[in-house]
Design a protein around this ligand. Structure first.
Ligand SMILES: NC(=O)c1ccc[n+]([C@@H]2O[C@H](COP(=O)([O-])OP(=O)(O)OC[C@H]3O[C@@H](n4cnc5c(N)ncnc54)[C@H](O)[C@@H]3O)[C@@H](O)[C@H]2O)c1
Length: 417
């Protein structure tokens, strides 16, 4: 076992955090117990590129319990928790990464994981998969496939497959119901505000919060903003989602108009340059900007820097941009996904990652047990239902079952008025 972490003496503190999340991840703990019995990953190496924090380490421990040799690195240079990685290394995971890596170090540690010659990759954003295809092609023959965690990663992989550049099968874990309906919506919704409120200590009630993108993340962020008493404005490019936002009770307008109202602006589109150039001219003094999309490309920092006369770092994750007319605009966490890269960002609640990582663990097993052609695959509906059933059981919730008559009725067609 090898590791390259910030400070291995932080392990005891990290272990306490891991024990805490384990208490709140009952589905993953159940799967871990099954894996201990079945050992589905005996002789297999799994390499992951996921936000390195206690819940992810618990996924690593689950795969290890199933017999895998596990090597892990982070998928964002700012989201790693150094005590969690120390604990992971101490618990026998090959662990590479530390908070505030440079870009060069970021790719160095992805390569260190790849040096373990993984059979399966678990990625978040597709950086590791991309690196294998571009620079570590010698590994292509050994890799049986990958599981991808997030919307942006799935977009990249589908584009790769369309261009016939993808060379192994990928399970689109993000697209499982038990992932995006809960992780992207409730997870991102809550953790985005946990992080923004933790960093800024701002009151949300009475503020105007602009949410760019009304996808699964945007819906969750808007819902939480409204719940906290904010006046919410949505910007969209999709007419159906824009209409949905309107009927959910929000104002909808073009971003160029919305920026004029924003006390807080949050991007969650997975797209580039959502706020750029002139948008910064029209923002109110004091506007706080944050991004919850995967990459730090949604708020154009180059434009922001170019327009400002002065940039002051107020706190580790709050930068103040002084505009020529004296207005001050604030960017959190360097425009990286705020719920993990913010100083107080802890990512989604453990109860949420319980579902996402249960799908990851079961999808990795499925990938190993099935010879799939190259492509991007939706996870099985039966796995989704199984994970949802386990979660309901853990929550002590019972639901009804169809009676034989109801089943017959639903399947029939001769029962009109
Ligand atoms: N912060 C986190 O923890 C977290 C969790 C899950 C996903 N993500 C990331 O968040 C991003 C969004 O994910 P999602 O699942 O909500 O995706 P999604 O596809 O459901 O939603 C994205 C929405 O953005 C809209 N959009 C695209 N371009 C736009 C533009 N120029 N202006 C306004 N709206 C625009 C799309 O129409 C769509 O409705 C992705 O990058 C994803 O990887 C982050």
């Amino acid at each position: 076992m090898t590791y390259h972490v910030k400070d291995i003496t932080l392990a005891p503190q990290g272990k306490k955090k891991i024990e805490w999340v384990q208490r709140h991840m009952p589905v993953l703990e159940y799967i871990k117990k099954q894996f201990i019995k079945e050992k589905p990953f005996e002789g297999i190496t799994i390499g992951s590129c996921l936000h390195l924090e206690p819940k992810t380490i618990n996924l690593g421990l689950t795969l290890q319990a199933g017999g895998a040799e596990v090597a892990m690195t982070g998928c964002n240079p700012l989201s790693t928790q150094d005590d969690a990685t120390a604990a992971g290394a101490d618990l026998g995971l090959n662990m590479y990464g530390w908070r505030e890596q440079t870009t060069e170090e970021y790719y160095q540690t992805i390569n260190q994981v790849l040096d373990h010659k993984p059979d399966i990759i678990i990625d978040d954003g597709a950086d590791m998969i991309f690196l294998v295809h571009r620079e570590r092609r010698e590994l292509l023959g050994k890799i049986k496939g990958a599981c991808e965690e997030t919307t942006t990663g799935i977009h990249r992989l589908k584009a790769m497959h369309k261009d016939k550049a993808l060379e192994f099968p990928v399970m689109a874990v993000n697209d499982a119901y038990t992932k995006y309906l809960f992780d992207n919506r409730y997870g991102t919704g809550q953790s985005t505000f946990d992080s923004i409120m933790g960093s800024t200590n701002m009151l949300i009630a009475g503020k105007t919060v602009v949410v760019c993108g009304y996808g699964w993340c945007g819906r969750g962020i808007a819902m939480r903003a409204q719940g906290l008493g904010a006046n919410v404005i949505i910007t969209e490019i999709d007419p159906i989602r824009a209409l949905e936002a309107r009927m959910d009770g929000y104002r909808v307008m073009k971003v160029s108009k919305a920026v004029k109202h924003a006390d807080i602006l949050i991007t969650a589109t997975g797209n580039v340059d959502i706020v750029s150039g002139d948008d910064f001219q029209y923002m109110k003094d004091g506007c706080v900007m944050a991004n919850s999309g995967h990459f730090n490309v949604e708020i154009n920092q180059e434009d922001l820097e170019g327009m400002s006369t002065n940039i002051n770092n107020l706190k580790p994750d709050i930068d103040e941009y002084v505009m020529p007319d004296g207005r001050k605009l604030y960017l959190l966490a360097e425009g990286r996904l705020v719920n993990l890269a913010g100083e107080r960002g802890q990512g989604h609640p453990a109860e949420i990652m319980d579902l996402s990582f249960a799908m990851q663990a079961l999808s990795a097993k499925y990938l190993l047990e099935n010879d799939l052609e190259v492509g991007v695959y939706k996870t099985l509906d039966e796995t989704d239902r199984y994970v949802a059933e386990l979660k309901l059981q853990a929550m002590g919730i019972e639901i009804d079952e169809l009676t034989p008559q109801q089943e017959e009725y639903l399947e029939g067609w001769e029962h009109g008025t």
